[in-house]
Design a protein around this ligand. Structure first.
Ligand code: HEM
Length: 488
């Protein structure tokens, strides 16, 4: 009897809750089956289709703000197109992070670090990161020197392959990642170093698990305690433990050798700032988790984009020839690029920006609404909603780019060959934007120029053009990252 009363009360509570919510002005979207969520998500899960294409179809019907529910009615609001994304990017209430279970796990269940934290702690740690990286290694000339050295040894290694097809992303991963490792912790790794290999593998696992839209742990975190060894929760826990051990070791080594007046790298600068006692929301634990965030961001972004850049360069020989002509005229083949060269090579820069646009490394950025329901453009956005920024829709908007499926760097050049700023959103919007944008452009420029000065890049015979569609929130990797590097 009591069981029936409880069940009836639960059903009544559920119906009333839904009824009250539906009376509010939720954004438009397809029908949601109670508790199961939208049919669209179920179909996607069943057929394994593409989230990008699903939202392109729904966007035509419902406009730039779409409301759907996932399993157990979890609310998901998707925001599309440049203007709408730019506006929502500025609204801090739509840019939280701490709702999903995996995000909480990745911020140590304590709102630590940067990528998966929120509120004043996130704000102050991120502000510190941007300012400090600007002063230290992200100072352009220093980064250029480091990148030039790492690129030069990578070219030597590629030449030793004597025209054999190589997995370019793998070949260059160590060289481009070592630049950021030096800036963060003054360390360089051999590509075969087991510690480095493990960091890379763990970064990929972390991205893959974080990419899941919803997990059972969001509704019942206690499941993590009884989950099997191979469950996502346990795997992620192990990854986090390994990152913690690595970062703690780096921090301890720095503490033993630091000279606070002359910080060598990011870790030194953080410790020195903490030691002044004048800063709030900064602690060794926040440094540990924040360092993990920067290692993961610094390993994934530049290496995947560089792989794309070189493959697209090899696929489009006319674009490669035009870049080489610009490099020959501005820099020549006998010296490395210096600080001013970046601005004097607008075509090379345009190829980098077009690659970012064309590929949209993470086609969806995910944020949450953790601090109570809010509104956006008059629509009601429920508490706990996941906000999906559809970056692909922005980078491939025909109204802005005309022929978005064509790889055409000229779209970023003005009539006099000068570089144009257009609505390209690969680094995100507003307060959640990547803190390493200037760094990434500089490093990619140095590598591209350094490689093209000495190498001609071609695709192996019979190679198919790459697909630029990828899974949600995971670095869109080339399907066939093979190319041949010949001496120029
Ligand atoms: C081509 C290179 C890169 C690309 C395309 C890229 C892209 C992104 C994107 C899309 C975001 C998320 C924005 C959002 O959630 O709205 C992000 C955030 C972040 N990136 Fe990058 N990134 C790159 C390089 C780097 C590097 C080199 C570092 C570290 C030194 C880094 C560290 C971070 C961190 C810590 C965040 C979290 C910021 C926050 O949540 O406030 N990224 N990046």
């Amino acid at each position: 009897m009591w069981l029936k009363v409880v069940a009836a009360c639960l059903v009544l509570w559920y119906v009333l809750k839904r009824f009250l919510e539906y009376r509010k002005n939720l954004p438009p979207g397809p029908f949601n089956i109670p508790l199961l969520g939208s049919w669209e998500f179920l179909r996607l899960w069943w057929t394994g289709g593409s989230l990008t294409e699903m939202y392109a179809r729904l966007g035509d019907k419902y406009g730039p703000i779409i409301f759907m529910r996932h399993v157990l009615d979890a609310p998901i609001v998707t925001i599309r197109q440049y203007d709408t994304l730019k506006e929502s990017g500025k609204d801090i209430r739509l840019n939280g992070s701490t709702v999903p279970y995996f995000f909480r796990l990745m911020s140590d269940f304590n709102n630590r670090g940067m990528s998966f934290s929120d509120g004043p702690k996130w704000h102050l740690n991120k502000k510190f990161a941007i300012a400090t990286l600007g002063k230290l290694g992200f100072n352009k000339q220093r980064v250029m020197t480091m990148a030039t050295n790492d690129c030069s040894s990578a070219v030597d290694k590629l030449l030793m392959k004597k025209g054999q097809p190589v997995n370019i992303e793998h070949e260059l991963f160590g060289a481009i990642t070592n630049v950021v490792m030096q800036v963060l912790m003054s360390r360089q790794f051999d590509i075969d170093d087991p510690v480095f290999k493990q960091l890379r593998e763990d970064g990929v696992t972390l991205f893959g698990i974080a990419a899941k839209l919803k997990s059972p742990y969001d509704f019942a975190p206690w499941l993590a305690y009884i989950a099997g060894e191979n469950s996502d929760a346990r795997r992620l826990r192990r990854v986090m433990d390994r990152f913690a051990a690595f970062c703690n070791q780096v921090i301890e080594e720095h503490e033993a050798t630091i000279c606070p007046e002359e910080p060598r790298d990011y870790v030194d600068a953080y410790l020195a700032s903490m030691a002044t006692g004048k800063v709030s929301h900064m602690s060794k634990e926040d440094l540990r988790v924040g360092l993990k965030d920067m290692i993961v961001g610094g390993m994934e972004g530049p290496s995947v984009i560089l792989g794309w850049l070189l493959l697209l360069t090899a696929e489009h020989q006319e674009i490669q020839a035009r870049m080489v002509a610009e490099i020959e005229e501005v820099i020549g083949f006998d010296r490395s690029a210096v600080l001013d060269d970046e601005a004097r090579c607008p075509y090379v820069r345009a190829v980098i920006v077009e690659t970012m646009r064309y590929v949209a490394l993470t086609p969806f950025h995910r944020h949450s609404v953790p601090h109570g329901a809010t509104t956006f453009r008059g629509y009601y956005i429920p508490n706990g909603s996941i906000i999906l920024e559809d970056v692909h829709s922005c980078n491939h908007d025909p109204a802005v780019f005309g022929d978005p499926e064509t790889f055409r760097p000229e779209r970023f050049l003005g009539e006099r060959g000068e570089q144009l700023r257009k609505h390209e959103a690969t680094f995100g919007f507003g307060p959640r934007m990547c803190p390493a944008i200037a760094y990434s452009y500089t490093v990619l420029f140095i590598f591209l120029v350094g490689l093209l000065q000495r190498l001609k890049l071609v695709l192996p015979e019979g190679a198919e053009p790459q697909s630029n569609r990828g899974a949600y929130n995971v670095g869109v990797r080339p399907t066939q990252p093979l190319l041949i590097a010949l001496p120029r």
